[in-house]
Each structure stands twice: as structure tokens, then as C-alpha cells.
Design a protein around this ligand. Structure first.
Ligand SMILES: *Cc1c(COP(=O)(O)O)cnc(C)c1O
Length: 452
């Protein structure tokens, strides 16, 4: 079979290898890279997953895409290194489960993608004896996920800028207690100042030799690893080898749900994908009407990581259904909306319902949810109301962050503090290391040149 290449959803840039798509991030025509074909797993392979560990399943799923470019033994080492934490599947009632994707080093599902992307980048750079310098501005969560994902990788240096007074001390400690190849600078300014300095550095010809790169969230290297946990959940919970599951995914930029769509196209038996969103309801409206209108500016909701008025991965979903959407959200070719409506359901959940769901899930099922997972659980309720509640059908709701990341909300709604997961424990005692800088671009550039 022909090798898989990666085309741009804007269709104006040449197709590239996985390596090139990974190291570039975004295609030069501002489109997103998508695989030219999606490899199918055999029934035998799917069946075998039932007795396999998470890293073993990750190896099988990823090697279907990468076997031409990454040798088997290297890929095995990378997945074993990336996925060294548990993936709990919590039974709630009937055959309804919550998959907790919150046991990684920064306690959100983004660890699954970021850790694999970092390791794949490092692998290719090692082959070429090249180094990459990742520069990121953060207002809190992105920085810690990137810092942790790239921590200890030999061919990648990381520098994170954060606004000194705008991150919580827990967020700061998740970045500043690492050391090694992770360098952290506090800027006497706002997040926008940090962002502006990083952007200027990327465009600065005097820094070109530093090989600066961003760990962009639309990178294909983040998308493919997000197919894996759908296979894992299904293989652990299914009764029959062809049993179909319904997945409910709390969504913002649609990277998570696109992982599920890729898994489905690879042969995972899926009944429906349910896309649960907060009050940013551009997608359920689009699914219903076929007309797309992004929400600008996006609405501020409790599930803050899902405050997205124009999902960056939507162009990939449209492409999967035969359409073409550019990076601004303009549709050049309509997708097969009828097929999309058959496969997908989408519900918008208000903040009031999100809070009520956190209270209700705890009271009724002793199910502890944070705001993102609560949007997912409410989306399951909507699905059952719309399509009927089948006690023998397998439903899996994805919980995307650990409740301990939202102590104020949980305390307000449930009256107690959620226990910290192991990854967030002991931060208090660890030594911090970071520099302080005024928000002067010249100083920042000197720092970059001096320390590299
Ligand atoms: C990023 C994030 C989401 C949204 O995921 P997308 O891939 O952007 O749809 C949901 N929950 C949490 C906790 C997140 O960090």
C-alpha cells in the first residue's frame, strides 16, 4: 500500500511526510495537516487489544501511521516512556463509564498528546543531530503541559515566559521546579506582553540560527495520539468484539473529538460521537443548519479550556466529510452534512447546568467531576433524552481534567477540597528556579542569545 502523506486542509501547499508535518506544525498555506489515507486495523488486531496495556495499544495504533518513518523498536520505547501513568475507567451506572484522562504530569488530557508529540519531535531531531528551541508564552496551563511534555528530552530546549502576577503559585511551580532543559522567565507585564515578545522573537532574523519553534496545538503529532484512548476504553469495556460504543467528548478546539473520529475511521466500532460544548454553541448550530458562524469574541464559561468560538480543528472534521473550510471558518466546499448528522450529536451546556451537573453527579453517583467533564456528563443526559436510554449500550464520557485543578469551583458547589493527584503533590516543598525580566524585547533577545 502507498505510504501515508499529509495534505493541507487548505489544499494550497504540497503534501509532506509525517516528519515534516510534525516539525512544521502548520502548513505554509495556513491549513492543517491531515493524513492522505487512514489505515484500517484488522478485526484480529482490534480483538487483541482486550489483553493489552495502554502503551501496547498506543504502539499498534500509532505504528499504523508511522511504521514507514519510525522503526518499531524506537516507537515502542517512545510510547512506553510517554504513557507511564494509569487511565482509569470509572463505572457509574448501567454500562455508563467515565474515562479519567487526568493522571498525567499536569493532570489534564493534554498530557497524552503533548508527551507523544515531544518524544516524536525529539526522535527525528536526534536522527538529524539537530536541536529545536521551543518558545512559549503562557497564562498558566499551556506552559506547564509543554514544560512537562518536553522535560528531559535531549534535543529540545524549552523557554517559557509567563506574566509574573497572572499565574497561580501552583501553576508557576509546575513549570519552575523542573529544571534540566526547561528554562522559565517571569515577565514584569501581562500575558499579552509575553505573547508579543515571543511573536517578535519568531520573526527576528537575528535569532534565526536558534531554530525557534512553537509547540502548536494543531500539530498532527498531537492529533494522532488522541485516537489511542478511544481504542483503550472500548477494548477494556466491550462485551462482544463488534460491540459499538457511544463516546461523549467535552470539546473546545475539537482536537480530542478528532482523535475519536480518526479511531472510528481506523475501524473502532463506534455508534455515535457526542460533542458536548459549553455556551460557545457554534458547532451544534452548524450541525443543525449547515451554515457556520463563529462566535466572536468567545463566551467566557466555567469550563475555561473550552471557551472557543471557532474550533481550530473544525477544518479537519469538515475535510473528513468531504468538504473544505479555510482557517477563517469560510466554507469553500460543503461537507456531507447528512452523514455528519448520522454520526454526530452535539449539545450546548450552560454554566448553570454545568454547576448543577457537578452537584447532581456527586449526590446521585458519588461521581466527582470538574467543569469540563461535567459538560460531558450533561451531554450524555441530553443524548439519552434525545435518543433513548439503553441500559445495555456502552457509553463512555471523557473527563479531561482532574477536579483538584478547580478547587474553588468544587469547594463552592460540593463544599470540600478534592484530593490532589500524585502528580500535583509535593510541589510545595520543591525548589523553584526562574529568572525575572522587564518586558523589554531587547533584554529578552540578549537573554536568548546569551543562554544559547
Ligand atoms: C483543552 C481542553 C479541552 C478541550 O479539548 P479540545 O481538544 O480543544 O476540544 C477540554 N477540557 C480540558 C480540561 C482541556 O484542557
Amino acid at each position: 500500500m502507498e505510504a501515508i502523506t499529509y495534505y493541507s486542509t487548505n489544499l494550497k501547499a504540497p503534501s509532506v511526510s509525517f516528519r515534516d508535518a510534525l516539525l512544521k506544525g502548520q502548513a505554509p498555506d495556513k491549513g492543517l495537516y491531515m493524513p492522505s489515507r487512514i489505515p484500517a486495523l484488522t478485526d484480529g488486531e482490534l480483538k487483541a487489544f482486550a489483553s493489552m496495556t495502554y502503551p501496547e495499544i498506543a504502539y499498534s495504533v500509532l505504528s499504523a501511521f508511522l511504521k514507514e518513518e519510525v522503526p518499531a523498536h524506537s516507537l515502542r520505547t517512545l510510547v512506553e516512556d510517554a504513557y507511564d501513568y494509569p487511565v482509569p475507567l470509572e463505572h457509574v451506572l448501567d454500562r455508563k463509564y467515565v474515562m479519567r484522562l487526568d493522571q498525567g504530569p499536569t493532570a489534564s488530557f493534554k498530557d497524552f498528546a503533548a508527551r507523544m508529540m515531544g518524544r516524536l519531535m525529539n526522535y527525528f531531531l536526534e536522527q538529524e543531530e539537530r536541536e529545536l528551541f521551543i518558545l512559549t508564552a503562557t497564562s498558566g496551563d499551556t506552559g506547564s503541559a509543554i514544560a512537562n511534555a518536553f522535560y528531559g528530552l535531549d534535543n529540545i530546549r524549552v523557554l517559557i515566559l509567563f506574566p509574573e502576577t497572572e499565574v497561580t503559585s501552583r501553576q508557576r511551580k509546575q513549570m519552575t521546579t523542573l529544571g534540566k532543559n526547561v528554562d522559565v522567565v517571569a515577565i514584569d507585564g501581562k500575558f499579552d506582553d509575553c505573547q508579543a515578545m515571543v511573536k517578535r522573537a519568531f520573526a527576528d532574523p537575528e535569532l534565526e540560527h536558534l531554530n525557534l519553534s512553537s509547540a502548536n496545538s494543531i500539530n498532527i503529532g498531537r492529533l494522532l495520539p488522541q485516537a489511542v484512548y478511544y481504542f483503550y476504553a472500548w477494548s477494556q469495556l466491550r462485551k462482544e468484539a463488534d460491540e459499538q460504543a457511544t463516546f461523549v467528548v467535552p470539546s473546545g478546539n475539537f482536537g480530542d473529538m478528532m482523535g475519536g473520529m480518526i479511531a472510528w475511521r481506523m475501524g473502532l466500532p463506534v455508534h455515535n460521537m457526542v460533542i458536548a460544548v459549553n455556551e460557545n454553541d457554534e458547532f451544534p448550530a452548524f450541525l443543525q443548519t449547515g451554515a457556520y458562524e463563529k462566535i466572536e469574541p468567545s463566551r467566557n464559561c466555567l469550563s475555561s479550556a473550552m471557551n472557543v468560538g471557532h474550533p481550530s480543528n473544525l477544518a479537519r472534521l469538515v475535510a473528513l466529510y468531504g468538504g473544505m473550510m479555510d482557517e477563517t471558518g469560510h466554507i469553500h466546499k460543503a461537507a456531507d452534512m447528512e452523514a455528519m448528522r448520522r454520526d454526530l450529536r452535539s449539545f450546548s451546556v450552560t454554566d448553570d447546568r454545568t454547576k448543577a451537573t457537578i452537584a447532581e453527579a456527586w449526590k446521585t453517583h458519588k461521581l466527582l467531576l470538574e467543569p469540563h467533564g461535567a459538560v460531558g456528563w450533561a451531554g450524555l443526559t441530553d443524548t439519552l433524552n434525545a435518543c433513548g436510554d439503553h441500559a445495555d449500550h456502552l457509553y463512555v464520557v471523557l473527563e479531561t481534567a482532574h477536579p483538584a485543578k478547580f478547587p474553588e469551583q468544587i469547594r463552592e458547589i460540593l463544599g470540600f477540597d478534592p484530593a490532589l493527584p500524585p502528580s500535583l503533590k509535593g510541589l510545595e516543598e520543591q525548589k523553584e528556579n526562574y529568572s525575572l525580566m522587564e518586558h523589554k524585547y531587547g533584554d529578552f533577545r540578549d537573554y536568548l542569545l546569551k543562554t544559547s
